[in-house]
Design a protein around this ligand. Structure first.
Ligand code: FES
Length: 214
C-alpha cells in the first residue's frame, strides 16, 4: 500500500505533460504504480487521482476494467496458462494441472515464497503455438510439462531475468521524450476545428461547427 516515490512522481509529471488533459495519463500512471509495487495499491490510486485531478474512485473505476492491473499483491512472476479451445485441445488443462503440482498451489493463488502466482486464463492470442502460457505477459509457446518445470527452475535461479522482468515492469527501456519534442498538445475543445470537419459537423448539428476555420 504505497504512494508513488518521489522519483516516480517526477516520472508521472513527465508522463502527464504528454497529454492534452492530465487525466488522459491515468492508465500510464497506473502502470507506473504497478511497476513500483508489483500491483496497483490503494494508496497509489489515491495518489494518482491527486496527480491527474480525479477521485480515487475514478482511478479504481478505470483500472478495475483491465485484468492486467492487479489490485492485490501477486507473485514476482504471474504465470498465466491458457486453457481455451486451441490450448485445451493441445493439453492446456493437463499443463495447468501439472503446474499446480509443480508449484504446490491451486490456480488463482500464490506460492508461499511470493515468487509465483498461477492463473488459468482465456485465449492469449497464441493459438497456433498451443499450449501457450505467459509469465508476466511474456510468451512461452508449445510448452510440455518438462518445459514448464525447466522454465520454473530458470525463473527461480534468475537465468530468465533478461527475458522476464518482475511483475509490473512493462518495458526494459523507458521512453524519454526531450522537452522540445513534447507535442504541446492542447485539449480538443480548445483547438480550432479543421474546415472539412466543421463542414461535416455543421451538416448534422449547426452548433458543432462553431470554432471552425473560415
Ligand atoms: S486458445 Fe490458447 S492462445 Fe488461443
Amino acid at each position: 500500500m504505497s504512494r508513488l516515490t518521489p522519483e516516480n512522481v517526477e516520472l508521472a509529471k513527465q508522463i502527464i505533460r504528454r497529454y492534452p488533459r492530465p487525466k488522459s495519463a491515468l492508465i500510464p500512471l497506473c502502470h507506473l504504480a504497478q511497476e513500483q509495487d508489483g500491483h496497483l495499491a490503494d494508496d497509489a490510486m489515491v495518489h494518482i487521482g491527486e496527480l491527474v485531478g480525479v477521485t480515487s474512485a475514478e482511478v479504481l473505476g478505470t483500472a478495475s476494467f483491465y485484468e492486467m492491473f492487479k489490485r492485490h499483491e501477486v507473485g514476482k512472476y504471474c504465470v498465466n496458462i491458457c486453457t481455451n479451445i486451441s490450448c485445451q485441445l493441445m493439453g492446456g488443462e493437463e499443463l495447468l494441472e501439472h503446474a499446480e503440482q509443480t508449484l504446490g498451489i491451486r490456480s488463482g493463488s500464490t506460492t508461499n515464497d511470493g515468487l509465483f502466482t498461477l492463473e488459468d486464463v482465456e485465449c492469449i492470442a497464441a493459438c497456433t503455438e498451443a499450449p501457450a502460457l505467459q509469465v508476466n505477459y511474456r510468451y512461452f509457446h508449445r510448452i510440455s510439462n518438462d518445459d514448464f518445470d525447466q522454465m520454473i527452475d530458470e525463473l527461480r535461479s534468475g537465468r530468465l531475468d533478461d527475458v522476464v522482468p518482475p511483475h509490473g515492469v512493462l518495458a526494459k527501456v523507458r521512453q524519454d521524450l526531450a522537452e522540445e519534442q513534447i507535442a504541446n498538445i492542447t485539449p480538443p475543445e480548445t483547438q480550432v476545428m479543421p474546415r472539412w470537419i466543421a463542414d461535416e459537423a455543421a451538416k448534422n448539428d449547426p452548433a458543432a461547427s462553431e470554432g471552425g476555420q473560415a
